[in-house]
Design a protein around this ligand. Structure first.
Ligand code: TNX
Length: 527
């Protein structure tokens, strides 16, 4: 392996891939064969091999190329995931030459598909081989391999049972994503979620090949990240949350830990500081940010759109510049999300537009590309700015006309905080009830009605947490819908609920082994 390829591969995984990888060609033809596998998201091609497949034995080792830190780390992940399911010790990770049998080989090299996250996976009785041009593709090949192995492998307490073979079926898989932007959003402002909670969410995202986590770090109810030049934002603004709980915030070190955790799992972090509205927590922390110089009361309700920064004060832009600068310095990913939605009071359309353009300059000056909710499309946008389309009733025409990249997050399809049906004990329903088929049966390009496919870079599934107070609540809202949306984002070709539903149902034992609190929707034929 040449050094050049190795270095490039490292960058590809480190930077994460959302919206950076080349766009794949038009979808391959749909296949409507009977279910051959239970993989979610569905891979591009799956050809069953002959024989019984590969059995992980006490002597099986995982081989990675010498001198490649990314593949070494991925090999160690795989070893941890297999754990003690087949032997008293997890499989050894080796940088030597792989033997002809009893080996799981992770390698970089030429494969037919050029997209950054593409991989090939071959399982025979002798070996398992995962190949990709980049470490990010190897990582996804390993996620697929996890799903080929028995679900009990995922669970520490149930897997040390030598009577059950750890077998992967004989197969040849070739796979690559349809969209480079496959994101989830977690609102840590309405309720605060610990570093461990966010890591847990990233683990579950990675299993489903999602590659971007947008953290909604501030809102009326709370400010969740330490800003050294404005310490009260976190110390005061971090103290509240919906319902009156104690809130919390991430220190800069916590945030960096999340960045690194995501990077190792192919997930780019996108920080969002919401402005010019949804900003009460900051207005409660610093009196000078208010036009009247009087600090606001903390807010723990769930109404939206009542707060706004004082657009006429210089200190407002100093504040924004400091916040964007400090967070950008901790964020290797290329994006900074400024919110920009639901400015219901205080600002005229002209003031709003002027504010967005000024915020955009600040983000640009700090070396990042701006993202905003779709309202920002009324402003003059830089070519690099990304528009996140959430309002369900209209296609993102304004953004498309300007040629900006669009991420689809339709509230009536992709909002994980919507109730499944009227019996859901948590969740909102202002946009829709979204049962699992509703999350699955849509196409981000088709719903954009005539907007060129090339402007739609992918999708994001936001999870607002007005009604979700714990990671158990988050999991219940996210699963199974996040898996359905992951397939919408990853899989090419036509999709059909009746083909997907049994595959989705087959995830239940693995999710149970992982301890996921998922919703057993009556629409899914759980076994
Ligand atoms: C709309 S979507 C919001 C959020 C709420 C969410 C609840 C968007 C850009 N704004 O502030 O939390 O609805 O579903």
């Amino acid at each position: 392996m040449s050094r050049g390829v190795t270095a490039f591969a490292a960058i590809a995984l480190l930077a994460g891939a959302c919206a950076r990888a080349p766009r794949p060609a038009t979808p391959a033809a749909a296949r409507s064969k009977p279910m051959q596998h239970t993989l979610v998201p569905r891979p591009t091609s799956f050809e069953p091999g002959t024989g019984d497949g590969f059995v992980v034995s006490p002597t099986t080792a995982i081989y990675v190329p010498a001198g490649n830190e990314d593949l070494l780390r991925i090999g160690r992940f795989l070893s941890d995931w297999i754990g003690i399911a087949a032997a008293p010790m997890p499989p050894r990770v080796d940088v030597g030459t792989p033997p002809p049998r009893d080996a799981i080989v992770l390698q970089l090299g030429q494969i037919a598909e050029t997209a950054g996250e593409a991989y090939e996976l071959t399982v025979t009785a002798e070996r398992i081989v995962i190949s990709s041009r980049y470490a990010s593709g190897v990582f996804y090949g390993v996620q697929t391999l996890r799903q080929l192995l028995p679900p009990f492998v995922e669970h520490e307490a149930t897997r040390a049972d030598a009577s059950r073979p750890v077998r992967a079926p004989a197969v040849r898989i070739s796979d690559s994503p349809r969209f480079a932007w496959r994101a989830a959003m977690l609102d840590v402002a309405r309720h605060f979620f610990s570093v461990d909670d966010v890591k847990r969410y990233m683990d579950l995202m990675a299993l489903h090949k999602l590659n971007c986590l947008h953290l909604h770090l501030s809102d009326d109810q709370g400010w969740r990240i330490e800003i050294k030049s404005w310490p009260n934002l976190a110390l005061e603004g971090g103290k509240s949350e919906v319902g009156g709980g104690t809130g919390g915030f991430y220190t800069q070190q916590d945030y960096s830990e999340l960045v690194a955790y995501g990077r190792d799992r192919g997930i780019t972090l996108i920080p969002e500081i919401e402005m010019p509205s949804h900003i009460n927590a900051a207005l409660a922390s610093y009196a000078e940010l208010n036009c009247d110089g009087v600090a606001r009361q903390r807010y723990t309700g769930i109404e939206v759109g009542f707060s706004a920064v004082c657009v006429d004060k210089d200190v407002t832009y100093k504040f924004i510049d400091d916040v964007v600068r400090e967070i950008s310095a901790l964020t290797p990913g290329p994006y900074f999300h400024i919110g920009g939605d639901e400015v219901r009071t205080l600002l005229t359309p002209q003031q709003y537009i002027a504010f967005i353009e000024r915020a955009q300059s600040i983000v640009q000056a700090n070396g990042k590309e701006m993202i905003g909710w779709d309202e920002i499309a009324s402003a003059q946008l830089l070519k690099t700015t990304v528009v996140q389309h959430w309002r369900p009733d209209s296609p993102p025409a304004q953004a498309a006309a300007k040629g900006n990249r669009i991420v689809m997050s339709l509230a009536n399809r992709a909002y994980l905080d919507m109730q499944y049906d009227p019996s859901s004990p948590i969740g909102l329903h202002w946009a829709a009830y979204i049962d699992v088929p509703d999350a699955y049966n849509w196409d981000p390009v088709a719903v954009a009605k005539g907007i060129p496919e090339s402007t739609i870079v992918g999708l994001e599934a936001p999870l607002w947490t007005e009604t979700a107070a714990s990671i158990r609540d988050v999991e219940w809202l996210a699963f199974p819908r996040l898996a359905a949306l992951a397939e919408v984002a990853w899989s090419r070709g036509e999709r059909d609920w009746s083909e997907f539903a049994p595959r989705l149902a087959a995830q239940a034992p693995r999710w149970t082994a992982l301890g996921i609190n998922f919703y057993r929707s009556p629409k899914v034929p759980w076994r």
